[in-house]
Design a protein around this ligand. Structure first.
Ligand code: NAG
Ligand code: NAG
Ligand code: NAG
Length: 267
């Protein structure tokens, strides 16, 4: 008896510890503590719901959404049954009590509860459908008017469409360094240390997905002259030299020089 009591409370405290870490809310309702957890799913994706681990063998399971039965099984009383449109896309594990529903829809949002061995489990899963960042474009942007190599400080922003994405976390990386959690905006100061950094990247994360931006060149470093710019400048210089040479040689008009120049280019 003592063993079971001890085992059970150890199980409970271990799960509450883990659950609190992952964002559970502990709602004390009289003597019964109820754990409420936000559960996020992707529209069209899967939702997996676990009962709090039990020490006894499972003989009956009832999962409900907002009080209406989703799935039910009673040992020795016929088949496992799924209800309403949960038929054909749900799977209940009779050993663990884990319920997996696929092809999740917006209408499947709500509070999921479970009764095991005719006892309410002290957990409510608040299910919410959110968008995956899979197809979202994420980028680091700066205001070029207020941020350049002469600025004292710059405000970098991690931009992406976060509508319907649920809670979002932002991570920043300097050059090839480590990802560090921060805010949507990163304020950088123009000093020697910051000037060593080549690029800045950000990563947006929600409970079901994440997306990385491309690297943004450090705005405090003056851009090297572009290859195109060098080519254009060389061409202009070459044309000027040719023109001067022909002018000097033939002492003819600028107009005729242009014709000659075209001929030179054709060769
Ligand atoms: C940084 O830039 C973003 C986007 O341009 C802007 O919304 C935000 O207010 C700025 N933050 C600060 C602290 O200026
Ligand atoms: C942002 O995402 C939402 C939800 O996916 C979509 O309805 C909206 O059109 C998007 N907005 C833009 C500006 O792309
Ligand atoms: C960024 O930080 C600098 C120095 O810490 C501060 O002077 C400046 O106001 C900050 N800018 C923004 C946009 O937060």
């Amino acid at each position: 008896m003592f063993f079971w009591k001890h085992f059970f409370s150890a199980q409970l405290s271990r799960s509450s510890l883990v659950l609190t870490k992952t964002g559970f809310l502990l709602l004390a309702a009289g003597l019964n503590a109820v754990l409420a957890e936000d559960k996020y799913f992707e529209i069209g994706g899967e939702l997996s719901l676990k009962p709090v681990p039990l020490s006894e063998r499972i003989t009956t399971i009832t999962w409900k959404l907002n009080g209406y039965i989703v799935a039910e099984w009673i040992e020795g009383a016929g088949e496992l049954e799924y209800f309403r449109d949960f038929r054909g896309r749900s799977d209940l594990d009779l050993i663990t009590g884990v319920l997996v529903i696929s092809s999740m829809r917006k209408t499947d949002e709500g509070d999921y509860t479970v009764e095991i061995n005719n006892k309410d489990q002290s957990v409510v899963y608040s299910a919410k459908g959110i968008k995956s960042f899979r197809d979202t474009q994420v980028e680091v942007v700066v205001n070029p008017l207020t941020c350049n190599h002469l600025s004292q400080a710059c405000n970098l922003s991690c931009i992406g469409n976060i509508t319907d994405a649920g809670p979002v976390q932002y991570f920043w990386k300097q050059g090839e360094g480590e990802w560090k959690e921060s805010q949507e905006d990163l304020n950088i100061t123009n000093n020697e240390e910051t000037q060593q950094i080549k690029t800045f990247s950000c990563n947006m994360k929600n409970p079901i997905s994440e997306k990385e931006s491309g690297p943004l060149d450090n705005p405090f470093i003056m851009m090297p002259k572009s290859v195109l710019g060098i080519v254009l400048r060389s061409l202009a210089l070459l044309t000027f030299c040719c023109c001067s040479w022909f002018l000097w040689q033939k002492r003819k008009t600028l107009c005729q020089c242009k014709t000659t120049e075209n001929e030179v280019n054709d060769i």
